[in-house]
Design a protein around this ligand. Structure first.
Ligand code: SF4
Ligand code: FE
Length: 490
């Protein structure tokens, strides 16, 4: 295989070769995240992005030709060169959503790289700076080594009614605290960082559009290795996460999705040094808006792929449990599954549309249609909730009252459970239990974090898309259309 492509084992190995990192989970320091029973599942999800790239069946979706080196690279490292690339990205994310049933984390880095690429080009054009060339070198490093990049945007933000420089403690926004001859020193914290502990690199971006000169120190975009000195990771506590710790002899049925999981962290930067060759914006406040909107737009497009793939798993779970329960041919069940498919494919249609209508940027990579990407994400804040509701409706209440898989260890209780959990035409009680646990995991358990809450707030909360939709829609044109038909001449 190509030198620029790692396989899944090499990826896991590469994480082990990082310098010791400060990671906390449930109040304890984690020395080896790769072997940690809770973290492992989230690493498996990222590892699948490497594994499928090695599979000839998925090569066309999972890899691309680098625009910088001409080498075959993992698509997660790629700068999109056409609308076809944008479409393949969405298809790739749907595939991975189907295979993991959760968040596989690697997309934020891809979205961040494409956004920083086009923004640095525009900054240089205005200011005569050399950020773009430096950033190209950085992308080459990522491509050649097939790295996972954490696209790191959301600050903890403190008082939301105040600008960064007005905060009582400026550290609630990541900012430059010192400028040296050879680089800058940054401090602050970023929240909700998807896959941070599973990454090789952290690509830091400002969190919002800035306008005031006083906010200059907060307009910082730069990259640091994930194991750089001064970073502390706080691994997020999430619903049902410790189900992974109480494994029964029967296996890990109670996890619902034993192999795959997602990951979100709080990252604290305590005086982290960044050399100038890794600084891609420093004080150019007028470009913060472009960077934030481009990144958010790309990530809103992503949700038209990954959440659709996970939606496919929910629909498959609905059809399976309906069969197990013996209600698959009931007309209302069939109709509900049709509705689930309709909603899910509508999301996919939005992901496809914003990709197909993408345009070439000044820097040469492709940007999605921002209006359609925002419409896509706005639908994602609603439809998965309805799809999950329909799944819960079809499943019946057993997915929250089902006994633990530990009961299967005792032959006496096992017999009772197998007898009473039995489904239609001899469906085994244990298989039914497994499907019910997956439904729990997807709709109220660990994976609901990604499928529901992240659909609501990830890539920007609903109001953020409404502001963009309002801004991007041409209202004067619409009014003219109406007035023309009404023969109103003003
Ligand atoms: Fe990728 Fe979706 Fe997870 Fe975002 S939420 S990182 S797009 S899988
Ligand atoms: Fe996300």
């Amino acid at each position: 295989m190509n030198m620029t492509l790692m396989n899944a084992d090499e990826y896991r190995e590469s994480l082990k070769h990082r310098k010791p990192m400060k990671i906390y989970f449930l109040g304890e320091a984690v020395d080896d995240p790769v072997e940690h029973p809770v973290i492992k599942a989230s690493i498996n999800s990222v590892a699948l992005t490497y594994e499928l790239a090695q599979d000839p069946q998925y090569r066309d979706l999972m890899t691309a030709k680098s625009s910088l080196s001409g080498e075959t690279i993992n698509r997660f490292c790629h700068l999109h060169q056409s609308t076809e690339d944008l479409i393949k990205k969405v298809k790739m994310l749907r595939l991975l959503g189907q295979r993991t049933g959760t968040c596989f984390q690697r997309c934020v880095g891809m979205d961040a790289m494409n956004a920083v690429f086009l923004t640095t080009y525009e900054i240089d054009k205005t200011h005569g700076t050399s950020y773009h060339e430096k950033f190209k070198e950085y992308v080459k490093l990522v491509e050649e080594n097939d790295l996972v990049v954490d696209g790191c945007m959301t600050d903890v933000k403190g008082d939301r009614s105040k600008r960064p420089s007005q905060q009582l403690d400026p550290d609630v926004f990541v900012h430059v605290v010192e400028r040296r001859d050879d680089g800058v020193v940054i401090r602050g914290a970023k929240a909700h960082q998807t896959g941070a502990v599973n990454s090789h690199e952290i690509l830091i971006m400002p969190t919002e559009t800035m306008r005031d000169e006083e906010d200059k120190d907060f307009a910082i975009c730069c990259a640091v290795p994930a194991d750089v000195e001064g970073i502390t990771y706080f691994y997020g506590r999430q619903a049902s996460d410790t189900r992974r710790l109480d494994i029964s002899a029967e296996g890990d049925i109670d996890c619902g999705n034993p192999e795959f999981g997602g990951q979100e962290c709080l990252i604290v930067f305590e005086n982290v040094f960044v050399p100038y060759d890794r600084v891609f914006m420093d004080g150019e406040i007028e470009f913060t808006g472009l960077l934030v909107e481009a990144f958010a737009g790309y990530h809103r497009q992503s949700y038209g792929g990954c959440k659709v793939g996970v939606g496919d798993v929910l629909i498959g779970a609905a059809a399976s449990i309906a069969e197990y329960n013996g209600v698959a041919s009931a007309s209302h069940v069939k109709d509900k599954i049709t509705e689930m498919n309709h909603l899910n494919e509508t999301l996919y249609a939005c992901g496809m549309a914003c990709s197909a209508c993408g345009t070439k940027t000044g820097a040469g990579n492709y940007l999605i249609d921002l209006l359609l990407a925002n419409v896509c994400k706005q639908n994602v804040t609603r439809f998965p909730f309805e799809i999950a509701r329909l799944l819960q409706d079809i499943a019946g209440g057993m997915f929250v009252t089902c006994p633990s898989a530990k009961e299967l260890e005792n032959p006496e209780t096992r017999e009772i459970i197998e007898k009473y959990l039995v489904g239609a035409s001899g469906t085994s009680g244990v298989d039914r239990m497994k499907m019910l646990r997956l439904i729990e995991n997807l709709t109220i358990g660990r994976a609901a974090v990604g499928y529901l809450t992240e659909s609501m707030h990830g890539a920007g909360s609903p109001q953020a898309q409404r502001i963009m939709i309002n801004r991007l829609v041409d209202m004067e044109h619409k009014k003219d259309l109406a007035k023309r038909l009404a023969r109103i001449i003003e």
